[in-house]
Design a protein around this ligand. Structure first.
Ligand code: NAD
Ligand code: TYD
Length: 342
């Protein structure tokens, strides 16, 4: 199988590349990534020379390039996105351009190949909006109506609906996955876990939004990548549909913060309460029974405190990686590795 992966230089994408090359000796990958601020080639520096892997720098809105690359593959795994809620609150436009129009560009390319190429659309549980804190038994299922709250989740919801429409109207073989919050190595330190851990290593405080009672369902990134591979290999793309992916691991931000402080041997004085995020979703929780029942997937690497401790340790042991990201120096890598070689 030859996979065209979009956004493979990001957090989940780079973990997916590594997992596929490690666990499927007969698979190859092309990674199409335009290298926005969150795309970091250093995430995959160790596998650059692998003959089963190819990096192409380009935009998913570049129709000619996309048509060519899609025609060469058996399956598209589409992850390229603007992915951070706080950035979408500052400026929603890049989110519409990449998440909505970029997805449509890929869908047109897949449609032209008349059923030859599978399309796996990697989406988020945030499309469902949020859940109340006082009804812990209520979770998102695959039939929960879409009610996105942020420009980020609205753009992802729009892209999901386009996928559904292309499948319904043109019969493209497509599946959508809606996943909960990921954690693990190589996550850009604007998201809460790597931001808090790296701030503490630097002796800084951690900015906790609002009352800290908001709840997220945390899944280890490798569990997510395993789930995506399972869907790619076992799901019925002809019928289409959706799978929710979650960790069954709900934590309030306050509990998460205390857990990180404990692992790092810091006290509560390192918490800095700050003004809440606008429109801050209260709670996300995934009912992942469908993927477990139909495809036999369940998380195996997400259990706390072990998985959180392991992730904290990864950031403690890789200061070069996150210091270069925080300082912006990681951007020089592309220049040195590619541009100056030409
Ligand atoms: P990320 O921000 O770390 O990576 C995104 C990647 O996409 C980057 O490498 C970036 O350069 C690339 N990209 C952005 N715009 C592009 C464009 N126009 N053309 C080509 N490449 C482009 O994001 P992530 O956390 O790895 O998330 C990957 C996907 O998974 C996203 O679609 C996101 O919505 C979804 N998702 C993420 C989470 C999470 O917790 N991180 C949870 C559920 C779903
Ligand atoms: P984040 O990692 O941005 O993911 P998402 O908004 O997609 O769930 O945030 C996770 C939770 O942590 C969310 O409830 C917002 C909160 N948060 C903070 O309290 N402080 C921060 O500095 C950040 C980035 C997030």
């Amino acid at each position: 199988m030859h996979i065209l992966l979009t956004g493979g230089c990001g957090f989940i994408g780079s973990n997916f590349v590594r997992l596929v090359l490690r666990e499927r000796s007969d698979y190859s990958l092309t990674n199409l990534d335009v290298l926005t601020y969150s795309g970091n080639l250093e995430n995959l520096a160790d596998i650059e020379g692998d003959p089963r892997y190819r990096f192409v720098k380009g935009d998913i809105n570049d129709r000619d390039l996309v048509n060519r690359l899609v025609a060469e593959c058996d399956a598209v795994v589409h992850m390229a996105a603007e992915s951070h809620v706080d950035r979408s609150i500052m400026d929603g436009r890049p989110f519409v351009l990449t998440n909505v129009l970029g997805t449509q560009t890929l869908l047109d390319a897949v449609r032209a190949l008349r059923g030859k190429v599978k399309f796996l659309h990697v989406s988020t549980d945030e499309v469902y909006g949020d859940l109340p804190l006082d009804q812990p038994q209520v979770k998102f299922t695959e039939t929960t109506p879409y009610a996105p709250s942020s420009p980020y989740s609205a753009s992802k919801a729009a892209s999901d609906l386009l996928v559904r429409a292309y499948q319904h109207t043109f019969g493209i073989p497509a599946i959508i996955t809606n996943c909960s919050n990921n954690f693990g190595p190589y996550q850009f330190p604007e998201k809460v876990i790597p931001l808090f851990v790296t701030n503490l290593i630097e002796g800084k405080k951690v900015p906790l939004y609002g009352d800290g009672r908001n709840v997220r369902d945390w899944l280890h990134v490798e569990d997510h990548c395993e789930a995506l591979l399972t869907v790619l290999e076992k799901a019925d793309f002809t019928s289409g549909g959706t799978y929710n992916i979650g960790g069954n691991n709900e934590r309030s931000n306050l509990d998460l913060t205390h857990a990180i402080l404990k692992i790092m041997g810091k006290d509560e004085s390192f918490i800095e309460p700050v003004t809440d995020r606008l429109g801050h979703d209260r709670r996300y929780a995934i009912d992942a029974r469908k993927i477990e029942k139909e495809l036999g997937w369940r998380p195996t690497r997400s259990a706390w405190p072990g998985a959180l401790e392991q992730t904290v340790r990864w950031y403690v042991e890789h200061p070069d990686w996150w210091q270069r990201v925080k300082s912006g120096a990681y951007r020089d890598y592309y220049e040195q590795q590619y541009v100056k070689r030409r």
